[in-house]
Write a protein that binds this ligand. Structure first.
Ligand SMILES: N[C@@H](CCC(=O)N[C@@H](CS)C(=O)NCC(=O)O)C(=O)O
Length: 296
């Protein structure tokens, strides 16, 4: 088979959608990193003017837009399917909603001054990115951040209702709807972690992110209640669901000055799991080695 070449960049959420679909189908692929912002002379020369990311190359053919790329992957490797026969219509309609409404809501929520400061290496890079995207969206209706926050919260709740009933949105197996939903949430969690508290109310949505390699840390002061009821409930839900890899002190806020690790370890009520979370996993991360298996 001719090589599949994905032109993408690591931080791109739509690229993450395709990377995940390639993994789901067990397809080998080659990677070309493209610039995040204009100018991209090599890109537009190759695509005939299309500037968005990602696009896929198969021999001399270029496929733009992840909806089309998904169709190509389905053709190249039909099993496991992205469009199971009984979900053919609904999965595409849902994916289209997720790639547009959910995506833009998640972006508007995730990219705000508070997070922008942590997303880019310096102010000049941040400014260049913001102006590039502003120009790109000049003829789109823009959501206000406050509206995006409440809309995102309610979309997350609705998606969580679906994910609470089965492992994936429409049943026991993933379909295109799951991949289209995942990348928006992935962006919030990975690129804007300071905004990821919005995911606290829907812990079931963290499970696929954790399955995809995300590591989750819970602050000790959440587990003993010093950060309030919402953090207490969220922290304990993550522990019970087996979704927390680390418990850490994080005692730099004005209201939390004590690490409180002893109380957090007690709250876990399992010595082996507590050691894994406060010592084994952090050690592995600090030394860049594989995570030790989670004690049963
Ligand atoms: N409908 C397109 C949307 C792609 C898109 O908007 N990608 C973002 C990056 S995740 C983008 O192109 N940003 C501007 C750029 O990378 O130049 C698709 O499904 O591929």
């Amino acid at each position: 088979m001719t090589d599949l070449i994905l032109h993408h960049y690591p931080e791109s959420p739509f690229s993450e959608k395709v990377r995940l679909m390639l993994g789901f189908k067990g397809l080998a692929w080659k990677s070309v990193h493209v610039p995040r912002i204009q100018p991209k002379p090599d890109v537009v020369a190759l695509t005939g003017g299309y500037r968005r990311t990602p696009f896929m190359q198969v021999g001399a053919d270029i496929y733009c837009d992840t909806a089309l790329i998904a169709d190509v992957l389905e053709h190249v490797q039909p099993v496991p399917p992205l469009y199971p026969p009984h979900l053919k219509g609904v999965s595409r309609v849902f994916a289209q909603w997720a790639d547009s409404t959910l995506f833009w809501t998640a972006m508007t929520y995730s990219i705000q001054p508070r997070s922008a400061a942590t997303m880019f290496p310096n102010e000049a890079v941040a400014q260049a990115f913001m102006s590039d995207r502003k120009a790109m969206r000049s003829n789109m209706t823009q959501l206000r951040p406050a509206d995006a926050t409440s809309a995102y919260r309610s979309y997350l709740r609705r998606i969580a209702h679906m994910a609470d009933e089965h492992d994936f949105l429409f049943g026991a197996e993933p379909c295109i709807a799951d991949f289209a939903t995942y990348h928006a949430l992935w962006y919030t969690r990975h690129r804007a972690p300071v905004m990821a508290d919005i995911l606290q109310a829907t812990p079931s949505l963290l499970a696929p992110l954790v399955g995809g390699g995300t590591l989750v840390q819970v602050t000790a002061a959440s587990l003993d209640g010093r950060l309030g009821t919402a953090s207490y409930n969220a922290g304990h839900r993550l522990i019970v669901a087996g979704l927390a890899h680390m418990v850490a002190s994080d005692a730099h806020g004005s209201g939390v000055r004590e690490a409180g690790m002893r109380a957090a370890v007690d709250a876990i009520r399992d010595d082996a799991l507590a050691r894994w979370r406060v010592s084994d996993v952090p050690n592995a991360i600090a030394s860049g080695t594989r995570l030790p298996p989670r004690p049963r």
